[in-house]
Design a protein around this ligand. Structure first.
Ligand code: HEM
Length: 214
């Protein structure tokens, strides 16, 4: 087998194409889902506030529902590809496990003191916990969404949530959790901007001892 040139060895793939493609499709579909969802919420608010019109898409209730369902197919098809890839290639096991609350607290402390080293392609304990949490929130938001979309046909699913009204609240809270994740996720990208380009190109520079450099 031919040895990689020093230059090639120093720019290794840290994010496979399947992860990058599904990540950016997911970011687009999620944005459409959240903004159209906020417009649908505004038509009959659950709580004592409405979302500003500039933060919504669809223009009117029918338009926003059309956006919500169109993006739903994209989001779900893309999520199935990502989950299938992650399980078949052991991507999740290799990059998201092990999970430990103690390691997450330690890494959160280091991050707050700006002393957490970053190696592209190797997620710290806070990232791993957040990625697994957002995947579970994704499952919850889709399941509760299906329950309020088809509460008669999927009566058993609506029943699992305790009925239509509770499923609607769960759907809202899962959305809020995902939006909270995205806020922290983007703040981390701003804190370590060198993580962004490899999420497009897939490649990052590695150090002399095989460690990727942030
Ligand atoms: C414009 C918005 C977004 C930007 C700029 C962004 C950026 C990034 C970057 C740079 C990474 C790699 C982090 C690293 O190497 O340390 C990443 C990974 C990840 N992001 Fe995002 N992201 C965005 C939206 C989202 C959204 C909406 C979600 C889910 C709701 C999400 C979920 C994830 C997950 C699960 C990973 C890990 C992927 C894997 O390795 O399987 N991101 N993101």
């Amino acid at each position: 087998m031919r040895k990689p040139t020093p230059a090639a060895a120093r720019r290794a793939i840290v994010h496979p194409l399947a992860v990058r493609a599904t990540h950016w499709i997911n970011a687009f579909a999620m944005t459409c889902m959240v903004m159209s969802g906020w417009a649908i919420y505004n038509a009959s608010p659950l709580f004592g506030f409405r979302f500003p019109a500039w933060a919504t898409v669809g223009g009117w209730l029918g338009g926003s529902i059309a956006w919500h369902f169109a993006a739903m197919w994209l989001l779900c098809a893309n999520a199935l590809l990502y989950l299938g890839y992650g399980l078949a290639t052991r991507h999740f096991r290799r990059h998201f496990l092990p999970l430990s609350a103690r390691a997450a607290l330690r890494d959160a402390g280091l991050a707050l003191r700006l002393r957490l080293p970053h190696r592209p392609g190797a997620y710290n304990a806070v990232q791993r916990l957040m990625y697994v949490a957002v995947l579970l929130l994704g499952v919850l938001v889709v399941a509760s969404g299906l329950a309020i979309w088809k509460p008669v046909q999927l009566w058993w699913l609506a029943g699992l949530f305790g009925g239509f009204d509770t499923a609607r609240r769960v759907h809202f809270l899962a959305m809020a959790g995902i939006v909270g994740f995205v806020a922290v996720h983007l703040a981390l990208v701003v804190a370590v901007p060198s993580t962004l380009l490899p999420m497009f190109t897939g490649r990052a520079r590695r150090g002399h001892h095989g460690e990727a450099e942030a």
